[in-house]
Design a protein around this ligand. Sequence first.
Ligand SMILES: *[C@@H]1O[C@H](CO)[C@@H](O)[C@H](O)[C@H]1NC(C)=O
Ligand SMILES: *[C@@H]1O[C@H](CO)[C@@H](O)[C@H](O)[C@H]1NC(C)=O
Length: 425
Amino acid sequence: MMSGIIGKKYPLVTRRLILWVLLTNFILVLYYWTNQTKVNIRDSKEDTCPLRMAKLSKRNVTSLGTKSRSKKCSPKVNIMFMKTHKTASSTVLNILFRFGEKHKLQFAFPDGRNDFFYPSPFLCSQVKDYTPGDCFNIVCNHMRFDPQEVAKLLPRDAVYITILRDPVDLFESSFHYYHRAVPLTWMISGQNKLAEFLNSPQTYYSPDAFNSFYLRNLLFFDFGFDNNVEADDPRVMRNIRNLLSQFDLVLLAEYFEESLILLKDKLCWSMEDILYFKLNARKTSSVSRLTPELRAKALRWNGADWKLYLHFNATFWARVEDYGKERMSQEVKELRRRNAEMKATCIEEGGAVEAQKIQDRRFLPWQPVGEASILGYNMKKNLDPNFRTICEKMLTPEIQYLSDLGVSLWLTRLWGWFKDAVLTI
Ligand SMILES: *[C@@H]1O[C@H](CO)[C@@H](O)[C@H](O)[C@H]1NC(C)=O
Ligand SMILES: *[C@@H]1O[C@H](CO)[C@@H](O)[C@H](O)[C@H]1NC(C)=O
């Protein structure tokens, strides 16, 4: 693509740069214009969600499994899911959407787009139709986390959940997905921009450059911290300790099934509630294989995220230990069996397909700038009518699901149009 037109490379880069500047200005103006009426943020006690929300239905669920077979609990309905980038979080989101919709829970949704004004820090006033004192059950869209602001929206008993992924793989994924949206990567030459970047990040990287956070310690950034700290900076451990106290459960993308079993246990949900199809996955041919040397460089470059990941890896396995290893492996087996059953019921061709092969636009996932590397599904045509609704919901990507739940996405759509029509020249 870009490297094909060697002589015209810089003019093309310049052209894109101008487009970017125009676009961002345009969008910023739109934002300020649309948010004008909502900027009366006050900071008093009366403005926070005052009451515990109504409990979910009357039924009490008996959870399965040996340890709590005799104990009863009622399903938790108040949830903060801190949706991190490139961590399988879209699949968790689909689970939350389905549960919330089924039980008619109140979501705190963004307005006009699918995230809370990311990368700006989260503010209550970014919530659709928010008035101070409003309470919600679930907050789950992308944001730059701010625990004080989030706490204003949710009852005190809300369960805080998030998901992490090995920072090296996360970096690779983020670089792939966002590099065209990060102008400082446009100057990187050669076929393998990722390797070139890792070999001398300081040459290319600048903390102040537009969208640069996608290229360094993205987890730290998402949690609202400084993503340009070095790993041995004392702030890193302080930040990690804060998260340890704020989050009730931290999932790991690498152990997604075990994570969901812990989630089910924590929330007192049923197996049916956590069934899933992997959403927003990338075709393997677009995943860069990193050499051990490059992996080591990526790890050092994302040192703060690496420390964060190691800490929560340790807490994760301690939890699995508490839960019972044998019980865990039984539950994972059962989850796999039920997922395979749903797959056979709902999905054509038995698995994910490339974007061009997706027949129904309802199931077409959002694609990164300049390519169609994100896989999706075709739903079976002659489907058992009893399963139609559940299959549809399990297969619906984030943007379409948000739309179905009544969120206006005009800015996201405008950006989508711009991305496909203008940036993909
Ligand atoms: C459900 O459990 C709670 C707490 O254990 C109890 O107070 C409540 O009465 C139970 N509800 C029903 C319908 O059994
Ligand atoms: C995570 O913890 C497990 C269990 O202690 C350990 O086997 C594994 O190596 C750890 N992962 C990393 C990346 O350190």
